[in-house]
Design a protein around this ligand. Structure first.
Ligand SMILES: C[S@@+](CC[C@H](N)C(=O)[O-])C[C@H]1O[C@@H](n2cnc3c(N)ncnc32)[C@H](O)[C@@H]1O
Length: 276
């Protein structure tokens, strides 16, 4: 039995389908689960099918949750100083973070919206396949040690604002001794964190979106699955809606004509859907 056979078993007998995740990375992670639990691939299969908790553990191991506040500061500077200002006359701004992991990306955005006076207009849908990641995201409490780099990125993003430190403490409580950095409650108001599998589930909302973030997720999918998911983003975005991918991700083929690149983001090109 190969790891591809194992993925096929998961597809047929569990709610998860990783059969179109890109080869190398998923193979490596399955190998790691086998090593950690001292299992052959046949034993891995048997245990996955009989032990629901273990299945969830495998899902956590297969999906990569790495994230950070203000990852790729240039993007956040662009959003703060240019892009988000274009929503100032909107009544509501609908935003979907697909693959939000433990929430740092979502709270980074909320801080920018807070600074631009857009917090009350924002309706944020933040989804991920990983329940563990979502539980952490909802709490908004992180290790100070691990997030120290976030302060540097934060300073970089707000370097034109000149009151970086003041802004920082408006949104975070920091207890360095207890190794805790926590997001203040008022930032969490308009966010709905929901479990959602981009591969298997229908959309978890009916609204059209102004902005879709899906950063550092498509990179784990093969080209065919990437196209399917980008098509869904295209469909859910308003005309002129914005798609935001990771720094090392891009659109290829057909989708290059459907979106227009604007700095670090993509604008939907379709003129036939109007915002309503
Ligand atoms: C590397 S993290 C990226 C987090 C964040 N977007 C960022 O760029 O910092 C990838 C996230 O995608 C999620 N993910 C992987 N496969 C998924 C799927 N099929 N549906 C929804 N989320 C998925 C993982 O659980 C993980 O939290």
């Amino acid at each position: 039995m190969t790891y591809k056979d194992y993925l096929q078993v998961l597809k047929e007998h569990t709610p998860y389908d990783f059969s179109e995740y890109s080869d190398n990375s998923i193979n490596r992670r399955i190998q790691k689960v086998m090593q950690d639990h001292k299992l052959t691939i046949q034993e891995l299969e048997a245990r996955t099918l009989t032990d629901k908790r273990f299945l969830e553990e495998v899902v956590e191991a297969i999906t990569v949750n790495t994230t950070e506040f203000f990852r790729d500061p240039e993007l956040w500077r662009f959003l703060l100083n240019k892009h988000l200002l274009t929503y100032q006359n909107n009544g509501v701004v609908n935003i979907w973070h697909a693959g939000c992991s433990t929430g740092q990306e979502v709270y980074s955005l909320m801080i920018l919206l807070g600074e631009l006076g857009l917090l009350d207009k924002a309706r944020i849908y933040a989804t991920d396949i990983s329940q563990n990641a979502l539980d952490i995201a909802k709490k908004g409490i992180y290790h100070h040690q691990i997030e120290r780099g976030c302060i540097d990125s934060f300073t970089e993003v707000f370097k034109d604002q000149k009151r970086g430190e003041q802004i920082f403490f408006k949104y975070f409580d920091v207890d360095a001794r207890a190794d805790i950095i926590s997001v203040k409650d008022f930032l969490k108001g308009n966010i709905r964190f929901m479990r959602h599998d981009l591969v298997k589930h229908d959309l978890p909302f009916f609204n059209k979106m102004d902005i879709v973030f899906c950063r550092n997720v498509l990179i784990y999918f093969n080209a065919r699955l990437q196209s399917r998911i980008v098509q869904r983003f295209f469909d859910v975005l308003f005309s002129k809606g914005t798609l935001i991918l990771g720094a090392h991700e891009g659109l290829s083929g057909f989708f290059k004509t459907k979106f227009e690149r604007m700095g670090p983001v993509y604008k939907k090109n379709n003129l036939f859907h109007f915002r309503c």
